[in-house]
Design a protein around this ligand. Structure first.
Ligand code: MGD
Ligand code: MGD
Ligand code: MO
Length: 759
């Protein structure tokens, strides 16, 4: 909690602009790294420098422009911070003491400096040598009855080289248990798109934004979560390209934005109205909107207009007739009720879409985090296929990924359901037989901990226990384990909610230099648009006792697998050897990796739909059907509201940079509930009232979060929002997309319960 008095007001200025510049300066000062941080920012996203550790949006490398944003600067400043968590810190604070502190306080203590082991006798973390730490991991893993009793988590900041070796280590050990952050994020993209277009990735590159004739942004808050995306959006808008934003919250940057890179706009206090059409959708109403738009298109075709790209549909697709029948089955009353929109606006959206010959649809967590998120992604693909919006300039599907290398980690083997061809390649290249049985995704790994079948959890980055649903059950699950290992830069809740044995292993961060016996090393990253680029840290490591993540993976493997077929010691020193193996396992994507990565802008991985090639079983792009209009199980109770858990402007996932959310006008508070004025009045409540939220669920468990302050906010009717991770106790573990495993963090059915009113 913060001591400062909460303030709530309406933010009326444009997003970006001088406010963003001031926030950048402020965070560098707070972390006491004005000089060091500013120098590092000049190397961020530049050839020879390092990739921003924040989001996965590509940068326009080689433009000589500064390629960072306010939130990238926050990520860097918190990584380069002058503050340190030392052995003295752990001697002063027991784990029980630390549990009383907020996530913000934990983050502000600074960088971890040396490996620590939990001592149950004193309830303190105490120093441990690296050799002993790896020996402990090896002992625990070798003592298991089955390799499937261990869970190997990955968070998406891990570089390709590390993730690849980790996947090889875990498979040689004998399991495919790879819960990862992608399971909670864009997994509906990775699982939903392959049957539709043959690949679970976006098909758009940055250059396409310059050729698009219309852009749709569905369920994504670009100004906060991918601010560098604002540059191509603003440029498109200045060219007169219609931009449609679909969101239950009128996010400020979608409405009005001042480009910090635009000197004239900054000097004149000018701004750009980013969105030409703001679609105030009800949470979970996107399926109805998409079907409504398609319905308009079918109506116009029936009236004799040529709306569809018939050549494309005939030559490249399958399933058109089934789509036509499905869309015809929905009537307008149902569509407007489910979406919360009027038919005229849906018709306008369809009009914009029909007039454009090259449309990009971008989307984020507002689309994926529903119980049928994978199927919803497929409906976006349907809409694009109808007008042949694949394989031509300015068109395609553009999932906006989260972590800077979450897409890359998936490409190089972090996958709980690996395909046979890939496993055969691993056997051929490394000479061991990898396990074939599917492993656990994030939700399944918690279920395995709860039923006692999982005994060890290793977290390569991230803050698993805080990121997953059902916080209380997740804490119980973790505490039953024999060993938990947190490989991390910063202290977080995951280190405090631990198993009987526990280790914290601190690592060299993205912005820092990696020196090995073979000299300076670099790593590689794949961004949201499938560009692979090199990342070379420029700062000195935060402590002399840190190890590179890659070395940690190799040494865990060496301590666990004495008869390993893999030359782990060589990979500790020479990352080029790892890239050679990536190329050997993935020849179609990574052939010539060593040479291609030398190019300053890196290289682009092949995306077959860009060539209108479809790697599906029938060799076609497929229209896929999701009957009805709901993407979440219905709750038949008039008190029910749908809750979206969202990020504030001052957080990176579970890392809380401050208690402010500038663009939504919230200061010094995160325990808030954004609510529509009519929904407030209907319940006899008022703005400023303290309330509790309770989840509607049928598993008998009571899920309740208390102490939320109601904010009168222009939410769509029936929709409320609050912050992740504070509201994660409200997410039932079983409330997830069965196709992808992704928790439905955006459509939790809740009721508001009044508490004492605060004036
Ligand atoms: N600064 C910063 N950058 C980040 C992150 C961060 O925490 N901080 N996180 C990174 C990660 S891992 C990810 S995945 C991305 C996340 O980036 P986003 O996808 O933008 O994530 P969220 O903040 O969860 O919210 C998404 C938006 O969906 C809207 N929404 C909620 N429900 C619905 C719905 O039913 N329909 C529609 N159409 N919209 C809805 C919300 O109002 C919100 O504007 O950002 C990445 N970048
Ligand atoms: N309710 C709700 N829950 C959600 C979401 C939501 O929208 N709503 N979003 C989901 C999404 S999209 C995601 S991606 C997940 C995120 O889940 P995670 O990826 O697990 O969480 P982060 O908060 O990004 O992890 C932060 C920690 O990573 C460590 N770290 C930072 N940099 C490095 C590094 O370079 N190396 C290593 N080894 N460690 C590092 C630091 O110790 C830091 O404390 O959460 C999911 N959970
Ligand atoms: Mo994410």
């Amino acid at each position: 909690m913060t001591d400062r008095k909460p303030r709530y007001r309406t933010y009326t200025s444009p997003a970006g602009g001088w406010g963003a510049a001031a926030a950048t300066a402020k965070v560098l000062m707070e972390q006491s790294v004005v000089g060091k941080g500013s120098r590092a920012l000049l190397a961020m996203n530049q050839p020879g420098g390092f990739k921003c550790p924040s989001c996965a949006f590509p940068d326009a490398t080689c433009t000589k422009k500064l390629e960072f944003c306010e939130n990238g600067a926050k990520a860097l400043a918190h990584e380069a911070t002058k503050f340190r968590v030392t052995r003295d810190f752990f001697a002063q604070h027991s784990v029980s003491d630390l549990m009383q502190q907020s996530d913000y306080w934990l983050e502000m203590q600074g960088r971890l400096t040396e490996p620590m082991r939990y001592d149950a006798a004193t309830d303190h973390y105490v120093p441990v040598g690296w050799d002993d730490a790896f020996a402990l991991i090896g002992r625990h893993l070798r003592a298991l009855d089955s390799p499937h009793q261990a869970e190997f988590y990955t968070s998406g900041r891990t570089a390709n080289e590390t993730a690849f070796l980790y996947s090889i280590f875990v498979r040689e050990f004998g399991t495919n248990n790879f819960p990862d952050c992608s399971n909670m994020c864009h997994e509906p993209t990775s699982r939903g798109l392959p049957p539709a277009i043959g690949i679970g990735k976006g098909t758009v590159v940055l250059d396409d934004f310059e050729h698009a004739q219309a852009i749709f942004l569905i369920g994504h808050n670009a100004g906060t979560n991918a601010p560098r995306m604002m540059t191509p959006l603003v440029e498109a808008r200045k060219r007169g390209v219609p931009i449609v934003a679909v969101n239950p919250m009128p996010e400020r940057a979608l409405i009005q934005f001042t480009e910090p890179q635009d000197i004239v706009q900054m000097a004149t206090l000018g701004s750009t109205a980013v969105t030409s059409e703001f679609v105030h959708i009800r949470i979970g109403g996107d399926l109805a909107l998409l079907k409504g738009m398609m319905k308009v298109m079918f109506e116009r075709e029936a009236a004799g207009e040529a709306v569809f790209d018939h050549d494309f549909i005939a030559g490249h697709t399958d399933g058109f007739a089934a789509l036509q029948a499905d869309v015809a089955a929905q009537d307008w009353d149902e569509i407007t009720a489910a979406s919360g929109l009027d038919a005229a606006q849906i018709r306008r959206c369809a009009e914009i879409y029909m007039r454009s010959n090259a449309t990009i649809i971008c989307y984020g967590m507002g689309v994926t985090q529903h119980q049928q998120g994978s199927q919803l992604v497929q409906q976006i693909a349907n809409l694009l296929l109808l007008k042949g919006n694949f394989g031509k300039p300015g068109a395609g599907i553009s999932p906006i990924r989260g972590h800077s290398n979450v897409q890359g980690d998936r490409t190089v083997g972090i996958d709980e359901k690996p395909g046979a061809a890939y496993l055969d390649k691993v056997r051929e290249v490394f000479g061991f037989e990898p396990p074939r049985a599917h492993g656990h995704h994030s939700v399944e790994s918690i279920e395995a901990m709860l039923d006692g079948s999982a005994r060890v959890f290793i977290g390569l980055g991230g803050n698993f226990v805080r990121a997953v649903p059902d916080t209380d059950r997740a804490y119980d699950a973790m505490r039953q384990l024999d060993l938990t290992v947190g490989i991390a830069t910063k202290l977080n809740r995951g280190h405090l909610v631990h198993g009987k044995d526990a280790l914290i292993l601190p690592v060299i961060a993205r912005s820092e230099r990696i020196e090995t016996a073979a000299g300076e090393q670099f790593v590689t990253i794949e961004d949201s648009m499938s560009n692979v680029t090199a990342s070379r840290g420029v700062l000195d490591p935060a402590s002399e006792h840190l190890l590179p993540e890659t070395e940690i993976v190799c040494r865990m493997a060496m301590a666990t697998l004495p008869d390993s077929k893999v030359d782990w010691a060589a990979y500790i020193d020479d990352y080029g050897l790892i890239r050679d193996k990536i190329a050997a396992v993935y020849p179609a994507l990574y052939e010539g990796f060593a040479e291609r990565i030398e190019a300053p802008q890196g290289f682009h991985l092949d995306i077959p739909p860009r060539r209108r090639a479809w790697a599906t079983p029938n060799g076609k792009a497929n229209f896929l059907i999701l009957p009805g209009l709901a993407v979440n199980a219905p709750v038949d109770d008039p008190a029910m509201l749908r809750l979206a858990t969202v990020r504030s402007h001052d957080q990176f996932n579970t890392t809380i940079y401050s208690y402010n959310d500038r663009y939504r006008g919230v200061y010094n508070d995160r325990m808030v509930l954004f609510m529509n004025a009519d929904d407030i009045a209907d319940r006899g409540l008022e703005a400023g009232a303290k309330v509790a939220l309770e989840t509607f669920s049928d598993d008998g468990a009571r899920r309740r979060v208390e102490g939320l302050t109601i904010i009168d906010y222009p939410m769509s009717r029936g929709s409320v929002a609050g912050y992740y991770p504070e509201l994660n106790p409200l997410l039932p573990l079983g409330f997830y997309d069965k196709t992808s495993g992704c928790p439905a963090a955006k459509a939790i059915p809740v009721r508001v319960v009044a508490m004492a009113t605060v004036v």
